[in-house]
Design a protein around this ligand. Structure first.
Ligand code: AMP
Ligand code: GLC
Length: 466
């Protein structure tokens, strides 16, 4: 190994240890975080080769295989369900398709699951921020049936309810209603997983989404009518779940109707000086994607991965830059981040990919790097344990080796930029912060790692600001 790499290993190890201490001691400073809008039930099944092959043999196998390369992107039959699962395995890619057929929904329920977890970006972040980091967290739940409420861990996690015209915050378990179970069936597979002649190049998951509420970004009455009272109780907000919006709905409404409501809530957050983060999940519809980019000036911060950044560049930049971002060229990623900041004026952009994170900010400080390092520990812990329950699991991730491939990228950055210090790059009017992450060789599951990264970095960075 190169001498410089040995040094880097030592250096980043020390930085990781210090970051964990700095971040965890700052977390109690956050008065409250608001998470909206998507919460659901994730029914996770770890795929089994024999079971899957048997199920495909029972239906039109040829049809299933023909759908692998001509994806319908939605599920109206069992063939489409299994075509989607096989496509996700073949490409090693995360996919999420909506289940339109009642019959398939019943089949999915009968097939069952190995594990139920709280799902949706907002739900996942609530269990992390409230349950693990112990920060008072208000979460939006479109529906609150017992099955879902029981998946929230104990801790300062709240949903707003109105009693005698007064806003009250209670744990979801204390506000259970006879409402719908919004279930997302998640099929996880490890790297190398093989079914017939289809093999997974990397671990990932396919999601069959049987949830009519989050698909339209349904907002509870409390959030529609009393948002100001809720927002007054927090310092920070994370908005997610807008990726599912469609251009038109059968009843004549459009994505614009939903985004109008979201915008008026953002205006309230801004008036109250609540810092807000937008979690940019992959948004298939281009018009919706463009509208979401158009809303970024109202946010403080945005988080995205390579697929999402590339999809943004398709709208605000050109095809060749979009392609380079997707291929993982770090300088193209930096160009794209600068372009997005120029276009929207947003103060903070956090990019995460397999092996490293980069953040571009209109302010400076070592706390930005500390927050990213803390987020990488949380991500590694999430990959290791599946479900995070306490901070000592996050501390345990200190023992996961730092990704050495990212050192090559760090050296490229050091060659390109004059001022680079331990991942911090001075760009005169902006700071660029780079960190190598920790990669868990065989993760327990993959769902929710991105949410863990983004929320840990955003919240701990603002906590460390004091
Ligand atoms: P997303 O693309 O938003 O779903 O987030 C996935 C992120 O999780 C990737 O960008 C990686 O940074 C991180 N990640 C995925 N697999 C692992 C792993 N095995 N160990 C650590 N981090 C991981
Ligand atoms: C999407 C899925 C949800 C999952 C989440 C994880 O929102 O619909 O099921 O929990 O992504 O990021």
């Amino acid at each position: 190994m190169k001498e410089s790499f040995k040094e880097k290993i030592r250096l980043w190890k020390d930085l990781y240890i210090r970051a964990f201490e700095n971040a965890t001691s700052a977390l109690p400073r956050v008065r409250g975080v608001l998470l909206a809008y998507n919460t659901n039930i994730d029914a996770i099944r770890y795929l089994d080769k024999e079971d899957l092959e048997r199920r495909i043999e029972q239906i039109d196998k040829e049809k299933v295989f023909s759908l692998i390369d001509s994806p319908p992107e939605r599920i109206t039959s069992l063939e489409e369900l299994f075509g989607g699962i096989l496509r996700s395995i073949k490409l090693g890619k995360a996919m999420e398709w909506f289940v339109e057929s009642e019959e398939v929904r019943e089949y999915l329920k009968e097939w069952g699951w190995d594990e139920l977890r709280i799902g949706g970006q907002a739900g996942i972040m609530a269990n992390l921020l409230g349950g693990v980091y112990r920060i008072p967290t208000i979460v939006h739940v479109p529906q609150n049936p017992k099955l879902q409420a029981d998946l929230f861990v104990d801790g300062p996690i709240f949903v707003p309810i109105f009693e005698n015209n007064e806003l009250k915050l209670v744990h979801p378990k204390e506000a259970v209603m006879t409402e719908e179970e919004l279930i997302h069936y998640i099929y996880e597979f490890p790297r190398g997983f093989q079914v017939f002649d289809v093999q997974a190049p990397r671990e990932n998951r396919f999601i069959a989404n049987a949830d009519d509420y989050n698909a339209r970004v349904y907002m509870r009455k409390e959030f529609r009518e009393y948002f100001k009272g809720i927002a007054e109780k927090v310092d920070l907000a994370v908005i997610s779940g807008l990726q599912v919006l469609k251009e038109y709905y059968p009843d004549g409404t459009t994505y614009k109707d939903v985004l109008e409501k979201v915008e008026s809530q953002l205006n309230i957050l801004n008036r109250l000086n609540v810092k807000s983060h937008f979690e940019f999940a992959y948004t298939a519809n281009e018009k919706v994607r463009e509208a979401l980019i158009g809303m970024l000036p109202k946010f403080t911060s945005v988080g995205l991965n390579e697929v999402e950044l590339s999809s943004v560049v398709q709208i605000i930049g050109d095809e060749s830059l979009a392609k380079e971002v997707l291929e993982g060229n770090v300088f193209s990623v930096i160009d794209a981040m600068n372009l997005l900041m120029d276009e929207t004026g947003i103060e903070r952009i956090h990019f995460h990919t397999y092996g490293y994170y980069i953040e571009l900010t209109q302010y400076r400080g070592e706390r930005i790097r500390d927050a990213l390092l803390f987020a990488a520990l949380a991500a590694a812990a999430k990959a290791m344990y599946g479900n995070l329950e306490n901070l000592s699991q996050v501390r345990n991730a200190l023992s996961v080796p730092t990704n050495e491939r990212a050192f090559i990228i760090e050296e490229e950055l050091e060659k390109e930029f004059a001022e680079v210090e331990n991942g911090i790059i001075d760009m005169t009017d902006r700071q660029l912060t780079f960190i190598p992450t920790k990669i868990v060789a065989s993760p327990k599951s993959t769902v929710g790692i991105g949410d863990t990264i983004s929320s840990s970095a955003f919240v701990s960075e603002f906590a460390m600001r004091g």
